[in-house]
Design a protein around this ligand. Sequence first.
Ligand code: SF4
Length: 289
Amino acid sequence: MRYEGMVYRPPSEARSLIIQLTIGCARNKCTFCSMYKEKRFRVRKIQEVIEDLHEARRAYGPHIRRIFLADGDALVVKTEELLAVLEEAYRLFPKLQRVTAYGAPLDVLGKTHEELVSLRRAGLFMVYIGAESGDDQVLKAVKKGATAAQIEEACLKLKAAGIQVSVTLISGLGGPERMKEHAMESARLISGIKPEYVSILTLMLEPGTPLYEEHRAGKFRLLNPDEVAEEMLLFLSNVDSEGSVFRSNHASNYICLGGMLNAERDCMIEQIKRARKAGQYKPEGFRGL
Ligand code: SF4
């Protein structure tokens, strides 16, 4: 496999074969994100991607069970090309159980229901959507390039086609000024989608990003651990997403949580309250992205 630059994948794809379908992110404008800043976006030639699949087959035999299509937003690729990659992947790896990818909301909305159904039938199992927030003011401030309504519509469109959805939010993204709205609107967004998975990271600033510079200039403040706990309590107390697996067990989180919504929501709320009372948060030095 020929990898270009740093390759990112969701934590749950740690055991997956990663194949770069695109290089970088087509938008690359989010003010908090440093992932693909050094890459100039392009869609790889499909023949190259298929050659990588063949190389993986030679290296690992037929044993691959999971493939993650990197980089930032595989769904920007034309449907017929995606179908060709999926078809070859399942042909080369008969034990393959799932193919997943990051997807940008507007790219999902750019595909018809029929196209998404054909991708599901070809084996696109789940799409990871970085919603980051349900609050339009926060989304606009961080230049996400999609509104909460568009994110919700995209996720529902994926679900209607039978493709699972994993949504990520970022705690602290609204700073103290939008903390309440960020939590409440994110709860509303997730309640509207009811994704299979929802996870919350906690904002960490990375040098080189516009948000880092805003912070240095005193224009943006990070939440402290008590405020992050309060924001999480607000979110969990207001979310109604029966059947979603909830996780905030990322290296960036101050409190590690995991459980089913809505069944284990009260238990997670109690965990946060206990941690807050005892000041039991992950030390800064142990946090990471
Ligand atoms: S957060 Fe996602 S959409 Fe935004 S710049 Fe980073 S990879 Fe691209």
